[in-house]
Structures are given as structure tokens and as C-alpha cells.
Design a protein around this ligand. Structure first.
Ligand SMILES: Cc1ncc(COP(=O)(O)O)c(C=O)c1O
Length: 436
């Protein structure tokens, strides 16, 4: 049992009165978080929680590099891209240096949603087409058009369904899908669905604008694509004149350990890359990076301007985050700690039949819970129970996936080996409790 204090109760009732009812609050017993420090969060009573799933504070909650960069720049000037300032150039240079040479033109915005919206505009102007291919259970943002291309929302509760120009293909999920991890051709087989959809689009006398996917679907359930999937997909898409968009909002900046960006693990170079969340470490920042050819199509006479995108402070923060990731070895750290975490998690599957699958790369890990390992029936209620019990024990993780049955582990990158032990022991205990 958690004790919910009077001030937390008052905040809950004020929120019910003042804020839209469909803004959810995590956990059965909501947390009033008042402070953060790297991979730890503190509630109003001073209790410390291990943060095992907030990936936005990528280099750590309240990291001094971000605080200092923002404070210093705020005390000088914070203005927009209509004036020249070296911060914009320095940030764009540092960012493009992390990307393949063809991705050399940047646009800065304030959120992942704004970035994906802009990516769609770029793709539409370049191809003069509208039809999109998207993955089942994908989420790309909260604007009207992005809800249309996000089956997780459009085809979920309260959704109006996706429009006819949106074509949903099955996720390349080697656990739930028809082609399994032991099939070396699984990637190519899943990509066939994209080729088939392109034929459907052509049969409607329409043309493909773009394929968009998270490089490792996170909202879809912390999925790791089989080898060769995206390169086969990109082949089909480009043959049809479409543009390939990688939504690396969740999986950029070394999170997956083996590579700096999610798309690199699939050995592809997208035409447009979308970044958000971790790149500002909590400061609102998104980025779209594309090829000179697509940028030239977009530069069609209409001015592009985002009031806060590329502001002097946001570039100072973005640069500070990027330099910290690069200079403190966080990618290698994610790879080592993530590997240790997976190694320690795997034996839990022998003890707890609820665990159907454990997968991941670096500090991007999913544990899929099922009530039956043959039918793969999602153990949605058990997953909710697990995260609530872990919250009571002081360890915060979340759920994800179409059926909300995948435990998501995506902590701030400073998450260490000792933290991994704490998380695994806590999960082991909680799974033992709920299966008895
Ligand atoms: C993969 C992905 N793309 C885009 C977004 C939208 O980002 P934002 O909430 O910053 O608008 C999200 C948010 O969860 C996301 O998970």
C-alpha cells in the first residue's frame, strides 16, 4: 500500500477540475514527483524511485550540462531563426556530423509531433503524392494528420479509423507475427506486405508518398525488427517513387547501444530522419534532417518558420545534450548495461510463466507478458499489476504495445549495473507475488 498525502490528493482533485480528462496519470496510486537527479526521481515525501522507463531525460534528470547551457543562454538572448546566431550553425553541424553524409539539411522544431508533421510536408512536397504506408500499432504524434497515420490512436479507443490514403501493414514482429526469429528470411517476408500495399495504391490510381516507421517500434511494443527488414522495405518504397522516413524519436542518441541511431542497426539510410524527446533532455526540441534534394523541393516559395524551433536557447541545450552523449561514452554504457540487464532478465522466464518474450538492444528493452505461451494471449491485467507493484517497491517502469502487455524498460542513460540488479530483483519478486 502506498500512502497518498493530502497535497497529492488536492492536486488530483484540482487536476480533475482544470485539466482535460483524457490526460492520463501513471499508476493506481499517482506520484507527485518534485525532483529528479540523473536516473532517480523523488516524490513530495522525499522518497527516491529508480527511473526505469523515462527516456526523455536521456543524459539524466536535471543534468548540469543542460541546466547550465539553458541558464547561460537565457541570460544573454533567446530569439528566433530570423537572426543569425552561431548556436544554430554549431548545433546543425554537430547533429549532421552524427548522420550519414546524405542527411545534411536540418529543420528544428519543438516536439516529435511537430517534427513528424514537417516530415510529412517535406515528403508530400517532394513526391507530390499523399498515400502513406505505416505500421500496425504505430504512434507518430498527436496532431490531426499524425493521428490519421497512427493506428495506435486512429484505430484504437475513441479513434475514427484511419483514412483511405493511410495503408497499415503488419509489424515485423518475430514474436507475435507469422515469421519467427529463427527464419533468416523473416525480414524480407515482412517487407513483402509493403510491396503488396504499393500495388493496392497503384490499383487505386494513386501514388506512394512515404513509408514511415519507428526504427525499433517502441509504442508498438519495444520491437526489434529482423535483419534485412528495413532495407527490403526501402527498396520497395524507393522503386515506387516514395520517400523513407525514420521516426527515431525514441531510439536515437545511442539508446540501442550498438548504434547511435535505430535505423543504423537495420543498415539503411532514410531520406528523412525525425528526432525528438531525448535530444532536448526534457527541453522541448525536435529535429528533421533530410537530403538536399528533398529540402530543395520544400523550398518552393513558401516561407518555413517555427517561432520557437531553432531558438537560441534550444540550440544551446541541444548542443549540450549531444556533446554530453558523445563525450561521456553513454552509447557504450547503454550497450554494456543493457546487455547485463538482458542477461539477468532471461532466467526470470524459467521461473515465471507470464513471461512470453524478453527482447531489446542497449537500454531499449521489452518484456512481453502472456497468459499462455502457446496462444500468446496478452496478459494485460498482469502487466498493469506488475508496474503498480514495482512502483510501490520504488522502481518505475511502464507498459507499451497494442495490448499494453509489454513491460517497457527505457531508463535515463546513466542507469547503471547496480540499478539493473535492483530492477531485476524487484521484477522477480513482483512476478512471484502475482503468480501465487
Ligand atoms: C515514436 C514517436 N514519434 C513521435 C512522438 C510525438 O512526440 P511528442 O509527444 O514530443 O509530440 C512520440 C511520442 O510519444 C513517439 O513515441
Amino acid at each position: 500500500m502506498n500512502t497518498i498525502g493530502e497535497s497529492t490528493k488536492a492536486l488530483i482533485s484540482a487536476r480533475r477540475r482544470l485539466i482535460g480528462g483524457n490526460l492520463s496519470i501513471s499508476y493506481k496510486d499517482p506520484l507527485q514527483i518534485v525532483r529528479g537527479d540523473m536516473q532517480y526521481l523523488f516524490d513530495d515525501t522525499g522518497r527516491r524511485y529508480l527511473d526505469g522507463y523515462n527516456n526523455v531525460p536521456h543524459i539524466g534528470h536535471c543534468h548540469p550540462a543542460v541546466r547550465e547551457a539553458a541558464a547561460e543562454q537565457l541570460s544573454k538572448i533567446n530569439t528566433n531563426t530570423r537572426y543569425l546566431h552561431e548556436n544554430l550553425q554549431r548545433y546543425a553541424e554537430a547533429l549532421t556530423a552524427t548522420l550519414p553524409p546524405s542527411l545534411s539539411v536540418c529543420y528544428f522544431v519543438n516536439s516529435g509531433s511537430e517534427a513528424n508533421e514537417l516530415a510529412l510536408r517535406l515528403a508530400r512536397t517532394h513526391t507530390n503524392a499523399k498515400d502513406m504506408i505505416v505500421l500496425e500499432a504505430a504512434y507518430h504524434g498527436h496532431t490531426t494528420t499524425l493521428i490519421d497515420i497512427s493506428p495506435y490512436k486512429a484505430d484504437g479507443p475513441g479513434g475514427a479509423g484511419h483514412p483511405p490514403w493511410v495503408h497499415v501493414v503488419p509489424n515485423a514482429d518475430v514474436y507475435r507475427g507469422p515469421y519467427k526469429a529463427n527464419d533468416p528470411a523473416a525480414g524480407i517476408k515482412y517487407a513483402e506486405a509493403v510491396a503488396e500495399r504499393i500495388e493496392t495504391i497503384h490499383a487505386r490510381d494513386a501514388r506512394l508518398c512515404a513509408y514511415i516507421a519507428e526504427s525499433c517500434p517502441s509504442v508498438g511494443g519495444q520491437i526489434i525488427f529482423p535483419a534485412g527488414y528495413l532495407s527490403a522495405v526501402y527498396g520497395h518504397v524507393r522503386k515506387a517513387g516514395g520517400v523513407c522516413i525514420a521516426d527515431d524519436v525514441q531510439t536515437g542518441y545511442g539508446r540501442i547501444g550498438s548504434h547511435f541511431y535505430g535505423f543504423e542497426q537495420q543498415e539503411v539510410t532514410p531520406d528523412i530522419v525525425v528526432l525528438g524527446k531525448p535530444i532536448g533532455n526534457g527541453y522541448p526540441l525536435g529535429a528533421v534532417i533530410t537530403t538536399p534534394a528533398i529540402a530543395a523541393s520544400f523550398n518552393n516559395g513558401m516561407e518555413y518558420f517555427s517561432t520557437f524551433g531553432g531558438s537560441t536557447v534550444s540550440c544551446a541545450v541541444g548542443l549540450a545534450v549531444l556533446e554530453t552523449v558523445k563525450n561521456t561514452g553513454l552509447q557504450a554504457h547503454a550497450q554494456q548495461v543493457g546487455a547485463a540487464l538482458l542477461t539477468r532478465l532471461r532466467p526470470l522466464a524459467d521461473r515465471h510463466s507470464l513471461i512470453g518474450d524478453i527482447r531489446g538492444s542497449g537500454l531499449f528493452i521489452g518484456i512481453e507478458l502472456v497468459t499462455d505461451r502457446e496462444t500468446l494471449t496478452p496478459a494485460t491485467e498482469a502487466a498493469t499489476e506488475v508496474i503498480n507493484r514495482m512502483r510501490s517497491a520504488g522502481v518505475l517502469i511502464g507498459t507499451d504495445g497494442e495490448f499494453h502487455n509489454v513491460l517497457k524498460i527505457r531508463p535515463p542513460m546513466p542507469f547503471g549495473f547496480d540499478d539493473a540488479t535492483v530492477l531485476v530483483d524487484c521484477l522477480d519478486t513482483v512476478l512471484g507475488e502475482i503468480s501465487t
